[in-house]
Ligand binder design. Sequence first.
Ligand SMILES: Nc1ncnc2c1ncn2[C@@H]1O[C@H](COP(=O)(O)OP(=O)(O)OP(=O)(O)O)[C@@H](O)[C@H]1O
Ligand SMILES: [Mg+2]
Length: 313
Amino acid sequence: MNNQKEIIIAVEQVKKYFKEVKAVDGIDLKIHAGEYVALLGPNGAGKTTLVEMIEGIQQPNHGKISIKGKNWKHHQDELHRIIGLSLQETRFIDKLSVLETLNLFAGFYGLSKGKVSEILDLVNLEEKKKTWVVNLSGGQRQRLALGIALLNDPEILLLDEPTTGLDPTARREVWDILMKLKNERNTTMILTTHYMEEASYLCEKIVIMHSGKILAQGTLDELLSKHVKGEAIDFALDRSISKDDLPKTEKVIKIDYDEDNLNGEIIVEDLVSYLPKFLDVVKQNNLNLTSLECRKMTLDDLFISMTGRHLND
Ligand SMILES: Nc1ncnc2c1ncn2[C@@H]1O[C@H](COP(=O)(O)OP(=O)(O)OP(=O)(O)O)[C@@H](O)[C@H]1O
Ligand SMILES: [Mg+2]
């Protein structure tokens, strides 16, 4: 389906090195009209460097970036008109109110007061419009940053960690705003995140980055079915058991068991046939389960299988 859609952002062989640090190390990426794309990866993966090159804030050492066929060198004004962005950390002027802050940015774009009140409503800050920015909560600041990014009705939204540090309710509020934009305006978006739930919920395309490179990209289902097999049983016992006593069938993909900490993880192809055998062993050995969770594989499992590390270590 994507093949018929316009390519909005094309990143070709882009590299950015800071002396010996290869922050972005040869990235190719195509983003289509209306697509929501997550750059997911741990600290230092190169997410900010990549989005800032797309935003025209940093220049690549190598490679090419085009946005709707245009580039930052020759089409700066046009690109500013169609892009809305928020940086990983936004600095506001503390003693301006929310309204004054939005008016200031609206002034840069030559926008009307009506636009500012539309944005206040969209990001749900109407009640706080007279509050000094310094007195906003973390979630309210993030929504203000998003509001500023949305002032010029951008076709393309580039958001660097829009929900980091927010509690689940505040995160959900940002997600709702972003989903509304997707459904009502067909906005194209790239966001960076550490949260696999955020990437999965918001974005049809997930790009997993590590050490300046793309490890894998695709829809959640594509990534999981291609790169990680099976289902996991995570358990903890009240007493130790030998790893050799855990049932081994041809359907077992991997058994990890820590005899000191009494917990383990078994990855199996067929959970329904394996679980009763596992529970039999627990019973026969007079053990108690202190915890038991059966779960589908996640993007974190994928990341571990490729790098040996958790996404958020
Ligand atoms: N201006 C700079 N000078 C030197 N090194 C830099 C610079 N900017 C980034 N780096 C390095 O490049 C690598 C990628 O950094 P980047 O900020 O792009 O990562 P990130 O994925 O956004 O990480 P985080 O999740 O922590 O925000 C890191 O090793 C970082 O230290
Ligand atoms: Mg970053």
